[in-house]
Design a protein. Structure first.
Ligand SMILES: [Fe+2]
Ligand SMILES: [Fe+2]
Length: 133
């Protein structure tokens, strides 16, 4: 079973960002499915690396996008990204040092997806709508 499927609540109104969020979702679901299927740690670790690298790339490009539309909430959004990367890094350290994945990590991923995209990312999409209205 997927960790989380795409739904309209995750639509931020910007195609490029929606596409990147969908890629993140795919990485998360693959990792979760493999975790549930008890795949070897090396397989999970390789997905985790891809997810981590892609998340860093996404945050950078999302910040560039917010700059391009002069979004005034960019400073606080960047701080939230930094905090998320810090938490992701802590999970990463824990997972690589114990060589084990855990449910807490997947709760974090799911929480990040649902609350960050729906609660924070959607705000820059609303600004875009106001500007084009
Ligand atoms: Fe974001
Ligand atoms: Fe995002």
């Amino acid at each position: 079973m997927s960790l989380m499927d795409w739904n309209e609540k995750l639509n931020v109104g910007v195609d490029q960002m929606n596409d990147q969020h969908k890629v993140i979702l795919t990485y998360m679901n693959t990792l979760y499915d493999d975790y549930q299927a008890n795949k070897p740690f090396s397989v999970l670790k390789s997905s985790l690396d891809s997810l981590k690298d892609y998340t860093i790339k996404h945050f950078k490009e999302e910040e560039e996008y917010m700059e391009s539309i002069d979004y005034d909430g960019i400073a606080s959004h960047k701080i939230i990204h930094e905090k998320l990367l810090k938490t992701l890094g802590e999970h990463y350290e824990n997972i690589t040092s114990t060589q084990k994945f855990n449910d807490d990590f997947f709760h974090f991923l799911k929480f990040w997806l649902s609350s960050h995209i729906q609660g924070i990312d959607v705000k820059y999409g609303k600004l875009k709508d106001q500007k084009s209205a």
